[in-house]
Structure formats: C-alpha cells, structure tokens
Design a protein around this ligand. Sequence first.
Ligand SMILES: *[C@@H]1O[C@H](CO)[C@@H](O)[C@H](O)[C@H]1NC(C)=O
Ligand SMILES: *[C@@H]1O[C@H](CO)[C@@H](O)[C@H](O)[C@H]1NC(C)=O
Ligand SMILES: *[C@@H]1O[C@H](CO)[C@@H](O)[C@H](O)[C@H]1NC(C)=O
Ligand SMILES: *[C@@H]1O[C@H](CO)[C@@H](O)[C@H](O)[C@H]1NC(C)=O
Length: 437
Amino acid sequence: MALTRNFLLFCSLLPFFILPSLSKTSFRPKALVLPVSKDASSLQYVALINQRTPLVPVKLTLDLGGQFQWVDCDEGYVSSSYKPVRCGSAQCELARSKSCITECYASPRPGCNNNTCAVLPENTVTRTGTSGEVGQDVVSIQSTDGSNPGRAVSVSKLIFACGGSLEGLASGVKGMAGFGRTKISLPSQFSAAFSFDRKFAICLTSSSSNAKGVVFFGDGPYVLLPGIDVSRSLIYTPLILNRVSTASVYYTGEPSSDYFIGVKSIKINGKAVPLNRSLLSIDRIEGTGGTKISTVIPYTAMETSIYRAVTATFVKALAKVPRVASVAPFGACFNSTNIGSTRVGPAVPQIDLVLQNSAVFWTIFGANSMVQVKSDVLCLGFVDGGLNPRTSIVIGGYQLEDNLLQFDLATSRLGFSSSLLFSRTTCANFNFTSNKA
Ligand SMILES: *[C@@H]1O[C@H](CO)[C@@H](O)[C@H](O)[C@H]1NC(C)=O
Ligand SMILES: *[C@@H]1O[C@H](CO)[C@@H](O)[C@H](O)[C@H]1NC(C)=O
Ligand SMILES: *[C@@H]1O[C@H](CO)[C@@H](O)[C@H](O)[C@H]1NC(C)=O
Ligand SMILES: *[C@@H]1O[C@H](CO)[C@@H](O)[C@H](O)[C@H]1NC(C)=O
C-alpha cells in the first residue's frame, strides 16, 4: 500500500471539546465497566470491546500507557458506521496528528481513504510503530453502579487508529486499547462522552482460567465480592508527566503518554536498598529514567544496577532459604518447600517502593513478588532491564495483579490498594451478572 504523506500545518485553533458524540439515549451513566482476562501464553491482559455496525466483539490487548485504541483494519474490518477522520479536522487535531494520507491507491475501505488524518499506532509489546488512518466508529460498553454491570451505552464516534502490527500480541487480538495520557485514549473519550469524572481504575486478575479482572471508567464505588468497595481504601501518590515521549516512534516535542510515579527508594524488610538515586528521577531533557507502570510487560524490569542491588538485598533477607538454579528470565530462585505461605502469598521479605515521603509506600507482598516456575521452585519475579533503558523501573503486570489502581487524570494522582488478598478479595471478584431492571 503506497501512502503519500504530506505534513500539514495546523494554524486554526479549533475548539478543544469536539468530542465523541453521545448516543441518543437520555440515560447518562456515572461509570462504565469492562471485563479483562489474562491470556495464559502471552501473559497479556485482553479486553473485549463491542464495536462497529453491526456490533462485533473485538479483542484488544490492554495498554495502560498507550496513546489511543488501534485496530488492524486489514483483518476484515466491516462496518457501516466507520468514518475516516479528515485532515485538518478537529478530531485530527485532538489526535495530535502531524501528517495526512493524501492518497491511498486501492479501493476505499477502513484504513484506506484519501485525505485522511494519520497517526503512528505503536505495538508496545514488540515496540514497532507504523502509520495508520484515524477513524471513528460506534463503541458499545456496559454502564455500572460500581457493583454490577447495568445497561449498555454507546459512543457513536469513538476516535481510534486503523493500522498497526499484530505481531507478538495474544492470539485472536485485533489491536491494542490505549489508556494513556492523551485526549483520545479510551478513558479520556469515555469521560468526555458521558461527562463523568476523568478517572479510571484497573484491577488485573492473576488467574488465566475463566476468571475476569475488571476496568472501571469513572469514579467509584468499585465493589468486589463480598461487597468490598475498594475505592474507599486507596493510598495516593502524584502521577508524574514525562515531558519527553517514551514511544518508539514520535514527533519531537510530544510528551509521554505513560504514567510515571515518583519512586524515591526501595526497601526490603524495611532496609533501604543501595541505589543510584539519579536513575530514579526523570531527566528533564532526555526523558530517561524514572518509574512507570505498564500492562504490556509481564514482570517488572529494572535497570541493571537497580536489579542487581534489589536481588542481592532480597537474597540476603531470605538467606535461610536454599537458593536453586535460576530459571530464565529470573535471576533469584529458591526451593519453595522451605517457604511458608500467608494470606498475601509466599512468606518472603516484603518489598516497599517508597514514594513521595517515607510514610507513603507501595508494598509488594509474596503473591506479587514470587513466581512459581516449578512445583518446588519460586523465583523473584523481576527481570534485568539492561544497562541503559529508557525508563529505569517499569512496573509490570505480575506486580499489578490483584491490586486496584485508580488513575485520576484531572488531579494527576494515582490511588493504589496494595494487595486485595489482605481484604480477602481479588480482582476476579467483580460481579459481572447484570442487574439491569
Ligand atoms: C484517491 O484518489 C486517487 C486519485 O484521485 C484515486 O485514483 C484513488 O482511487 C483514490 N483512493 C481512494 C481510496 O479513494
Ligand atoms: C548514576 O546514574 C547516572 C545516570 O545514569 C550516571 O550518570 C552516574 O554515573 C551514576 N553514578 C554512579 C555512582 O554510578
Ligand atoms: C527442595 O527441597 C526438597 C526437600 O529438601 C528436595 O527434596 C528438593 O529436591 C529440593 N528442590 C530443588 C529444586 O532443589
Ligand atoms: C451478583 O449480582 C446478581 C445481580 O444483582 C445477584 O443476583 C447475585 O446474588 C450476585 N452474586 C453474588 C455472589 O453476590
């Protein structure tokens, strides 16, 4: 497919709130809910979104820091309600597009239209960026009162990108659902469409059987069986904006759409791990360093010196337990017959990510730190992120499971629950039985 791309100059200041339009129904939901399952082989978290006309369920890999939803439209995208976004339009501006597909030399279809706004959909699993057409289509999603799903509501013109590479994504997946810090990420568009709080929460399940974790768009309550409102017991820390994009392909001057938090130190069993502090802050010019949260890497990755220090301190704190040969990709493995178990997983030293002050920390207990690789082997579930990674610490999926994380975009604040196992519930405990009258 030959694309001619012209760079456009946007000189008109279009009104900022040309938003996906509401469906005709007068019912205005306060929050929405989306089931998310864990794919056993790729370890990705997969959401099912109903889109197009007629509606079809589309599997998308959840990408917390992703800029927008993208779908591979070459894979049989059929919809009577699909509309390409024209170059220079308000929607094109909202998408921060810097280029225009003037001509597509094939018969018109979603993903191939003339004079269409273009963006760079990124497969953040393989870190490949491609070009894609910006389009709009209907999305239907269930509303919620926080305890059960309610009636379905729709957004008639949800903005997304038609394009992208599916390589490395879970089987059956057609694209990625971007939840990042942009105006066209799914949380931003849902909040705008229904005028509810610019907040969303993710609660990823550790189970890859039939269990489903949950994503809430909007404010709490976020109720998990047996009737626990997790939104009431969150700890808060500021979300930090990295002014330099962390995407694989981007235009100069674009900020990162990833969610960063300010980890100041790491403690294991209350003892500080010796670290090079400068790696923990974000370099203002290069945008390197710092700590971000990701749903597309299965295990937390740490810059080599941090990884080594954390592993060494952890091994020392667990010295009573015999180490066994490492099992890749992990570096520190133990004979689990010598490790007891607790409500929050294997009885191992707790790891605290210390945040804005010494009284605020994210504790990682055994259920989120230890990975069972064989019946008698448990490994510390962190991986070596290499010598010069873009971001020093990337908190990955395993460390997020059965923890609820609320992202408040208006106040730029993260609320986190720590392990829900303490409260005797899990992320698979949302009651997905609809209670619509
Ligand atoms: C785009 O315009 C060119 C030239 O006018 C035409 O040949 C082509 O078929 C058009 N493509 C689409 C997808 O409409
Ligand atoms: C700490 O990290 C910074 C940033 O990577 C590096 O420039 C510096 O040399 C490191 N300091 C030590 C003592 O390793
Ligand atoms: C773990 O310890 C048990 C009991 O001492 C032993 O039988 C088993 O072989 C050990 N496993 C490994 C992987 O070392
Ligand atoms: C789940 O919700 C349905 C609908 O409100 C309700 O009938 C059912 O009792 C709930 N399940 C549990 C386990 O509470």
